[in-house]
Design a protein around this ligand. Structure first.
Ligand SMILES: NC(=O)c1ccc[n+]([C@@H]2O[C@H](COP(=O)([O-])OP(=O)(O)OC[C@H]3O[C@@H](n4cnc5c(N)ncnc54)[C@H](O)[C@@H]3O)[C@@H](O)[C@H]2O)c1
Length: 264
């Protein structure tokens, strides 16, 4: 990526980086850990002011601290993404949000017989309803701004099967459907909507599933032979959030180390 003029570049953290998102506000949900934290840091390095959402106040505060100590701008917005009124209040407090990364999520590692209705609803609500409500909160401001970028975090498991969490697969597939519908509906306002569908990434959520599972998945399913680091996925999110992807909408970008091209 080429460096811009002096006006477009600046010192952030360890060195120069392109300030292509200067002047924009980005809301990142579930940014108190893992991938969401990496998205917040990467967007801030490009100059965006970041609104760090999480249901976990301590995690959100730590991400905001990391952004600020790297020279970026951040504020926290602690709410549950299933709470549409709270999402609207956070957007109203932040001012128009030009970038929304719908990232908050959970997984459970359950087989079908272990998933009751409450568990199914919770999975669908955090992922799919959460995306919808945070998008609904941000879209009016994006229309007023004359454009925006929404990145809905799906998963490789929104496209191919896994051996657990069928309700997760269903939610992540639903996110791809929502992404395409919004991309069409919102194109006239210059709002681009894309899905990011990572493969396996080393985060608190995946580390919790144990080193043995990580080794097995790496060796048997991922041609690169390893999990991604969150920072590698964050670069893909930055691309979808920035003007470098100006003609990209309604697409699914899946950084997965080749996992989707092999059988299991
Ligand atoms: N890690 C992977 O391998 C992987 C792969 C594909 C997709 N994803 C998706 O990426 C996203 C982030 O995953 P991760 O591995 O970083 O998970 P993580 O558990 O490390 O972080 C998720 C964050 O979301 C927050 N959160 C959970 N429920 C919330 C809610 N209702 N409202 C607000 N915040 C909430 C959590 O507190 C946590 O800080 C998820 O949507 C996940 O499904 C992860």
């Amino acid at each position: 990526m080429k460096h811009g003029s002096e006006k477009e570049t600046g010192m952030v953290g360890d060195g120069y980086c392109e300030r292509s998102l200067a002047g924009r506000t980005a809301l990142v949900t579930g940014a108190g850990a893992g991938l969401g934290r990496a998205y917040a840091l990467a967007l801030a390095r490009r100059g965006a002011a970041v609104v760090v959402n999480d249901i976990d106040a301590a995690g959100a505060a730590e991400t905001a601290r990391l952004v600020e100590s790297a020279g970026g701008r951040a504020e926290t917005a602690v709410f549950d993404v299933r709470d549409g009124a709270a999402a609207e209040a956070a957007v109203a407090a932040a001012g128009p949000v030009g970038i929304l990364i719908n990232n908050a999520g959970i997984d459970e590692g359950k087989k079908t017989e272990e998933i009751d209705e409450a568990s199914f609803d919770r999975m669908l609500d955090i992922h799919l309803l959460g995306c919808f409500l945070c998008g609904k909160a941000a879209i009016p401001g994006m229309k007023a701004l004359g454009g925006g970028a929404i990145v809905n975090v799906s998963s490789i498991n929104g496209m191919i099967a896994d051996d657990t969490d069928p309700h997760y697969n269903a939610a992540k597939a639903g996110i791809i459907g929502l992404t395409k519908a919004w991309a069409k509906e919102l194109a006239p306002w210059g709002i681009r909507v894309n899905a990011l569908a990572p493969g396996h990434v080393r985060t608190p959520a995946t580390t919790l599933r144990g080193a043995e599972r990580m080794r097995m998945v790496s060796e048997t399913r991922i041609p690169f032979g390893r999990y991604a680091e969150p920072e590698e996925i964050a670069e893909a999110a930055v691309f979808l959030a920035s003007d470098e992807s100006a003609f990209v909408t309604g697409q699914v970008l899946s950084p997965n180390g080749g996992e989707a091209i092999v059988g299991i």
